[in-house]
Design a protein around this ligand. Structure first.
Ligand code: SF4
Ligand code: SF4
Length: 195
């Protein structure tokens, strides 16, 4: 699989396509390395956040801070393809091009109050916040050796904290049952029984 295929598989998984998530797990498992294990857990947590829990009220309470503060959002070429197909020429002018790369500045021009106006086709980086965002998880990733990562969630991200609480409950239940840390697939299967 080339880098583009992996990115698109990840993007589809982040949108809630469980077959893509399982295919991504198949791919990452082959490496049998801490970094690939970390990636499996981080994508899983993010898939649960994006697709399984009703978190809108928490994002409303927060006011959409992740779209207001921080470095510009990277827009990869596969994101750009989707944006180009869906946005008008004027709307596309909101993207900045620098050294051949597109970005969206923050505060994001596509934010409407706390909501995203382009939610259905927002960039990969937006779908990755906060569990699969490299900037947020860099320190945890560097220290990671094994087990369930203690993901960092910014204090203002109420939705991310709720996801952690939800996942902690599932992980702890599985730890008691299995006598060890559950694998990403075991957690996924347990979550799927609930929805
Ligand atoms: S994901 Fe977190 S930071 Fe972003 S709007 Fe929701 S609660 Fe706020
Ligand atoms: S595209 Fe949407 S989710 Fe991404 S930063 Fe802008 S408003 Fe937020």
């Amino acid at each position: 699989m080339n880098a583009d295929q992996i990115h698109m598989l990840t993007k589809n998984a982040l949108r809630g396509d469980i077959k893509s998530l399982e295919a991504l797990f198949d791919f990452l498992e082959k490496f049998n390395a801490p970094i690939s294990k970390f990636a499996m857990y981080s994508i899983l947590y993010q898939v649960i956040m994006n697709n399984f829990l009703n978190l809108g009220k928490y994002c409303e309470e927060c006011g959409g801070k992740c779209c207001k503060i921080g470095l510009p959002v990277p827009v990869y070429h596969f994101d750009y393809k989707e944006l180009k197909a869906r946005l008008s020429k004027d709307e596309l002018k909101n993207l900045r091009k620098h050294n051949g790369f597109y970005t969206l500045s923050r505060p994001c021009p596509f934010q409407d109050s706390w909501k995203c106006k382009i939610h259905e086709f927002k960039p990969y980086a937006c779908m990755s916040y906060p569990f699969a965002t490299e900037d947020e998880q860099k320190d945890i990733m560097e220290r990671y050796k094994d087990g369930i990562p203690d993901f960092k969630v910014p204090d203002f991200c109420i939705a991310g904290k709720k996801v952690k609480e939800f996942m902690d409950e599932i992980v702890n239940k599985l730890r008691v049952k299995l006598g060890r840390d559950p694998t990403p697939r075991e957690i996924l299967n347990e979550v799927l029984t609930k929805f």
